[in-house]
Design a protein around this ligand. Sequence first.
Ligand code: GDP
Length: 297
Amino acid sequence: MAFEGLTERLQNAMGKLRRKGKITEKDLREAMREIRLALLEADVNFGVVKDFVKTVRERALGAEVLDSLTPAQQIVKIVDEELTKVMGKEAVPLNKAPHIPTIIMMVGLQGAGKTTTAGKLAYRLKKQAKARPLFIAADVYRPAAIEQLQTVAQQVDAPVFQLGTDVDPREIVKQGLAQAAEKKNDYVIIDTAGRLQIDEKLMQELADLKAIAQPNEILLTVDAMTGQNAVNVAESFNQQLDITGVVLTKLDGDTRGGAALSIRAVTGKPIKFTGQGEKLSELDVFHPDRMADRILG
Ligand code: GDP
């Protein structure tokens, strides 16, 4: 379960304040120190922690919270609101094209959960919007990648456009899009190549595919369990591709939660979904307010 340690430590800090009744500036300072350490230990980005603590402290001091009848309660409310804000305030829906098809380009490092998430998205779109998605298999560097996409596609009962591993991904995408137009698919989900690390060739290929497909959505999948590394990955993909959203996968296995709390503030791009397991149904819309409530426990 995500945020275990963070929840416990925040609750401790808030519990101390609650027991005090009247809260002095010194008490507040001590609580803020504990919150700061709790966030850092949860692997939240250093700059994000700094800004967060500063804002909470200023709000608590500014609005005569300390002199109020329920200071601890009000501080909890401020922390809740600021946690929500750090994660982006409101859920951001998937972009939709004005005319079909809506084109979604999946990007990410190998193993982050890109192909699984592509399947989860198709599952969701079919279920909720009765969509008729077409997958395009544009990862030509690992033969297993196409097979994996086909397996996922079979599970959700959606077609895959593929030309094997000997054709340039740019050509595959062009032909795939032509097929989608012909068959009137309303969604196209392009599964692009992942690499073990970010490299120039990968980025150039993705930039070319973006230029060709002009996607409505460039969704980056990052693995929550990799913490600040996920944030760094998000930052560099965003710099190079101007992504439209992030899917934070494996949140079910991430006990700290640092990536969830940092990505929006660092990249300016919303987390749109979280992956909470390996099953196709285990994709959730990311709601910052609900996540903040969950973190505060
Ligand atoms: P890709 O290389 O980025 O396409 O990654 P895959 O889709 O192959 O996923 C890598 C591994 O992570 C697979 O074993 C998936 O089942 C697993 N995985 C993907 N998303 C999640 C998730 O949200 N939670 C869990 N627990 N596992 C996931």
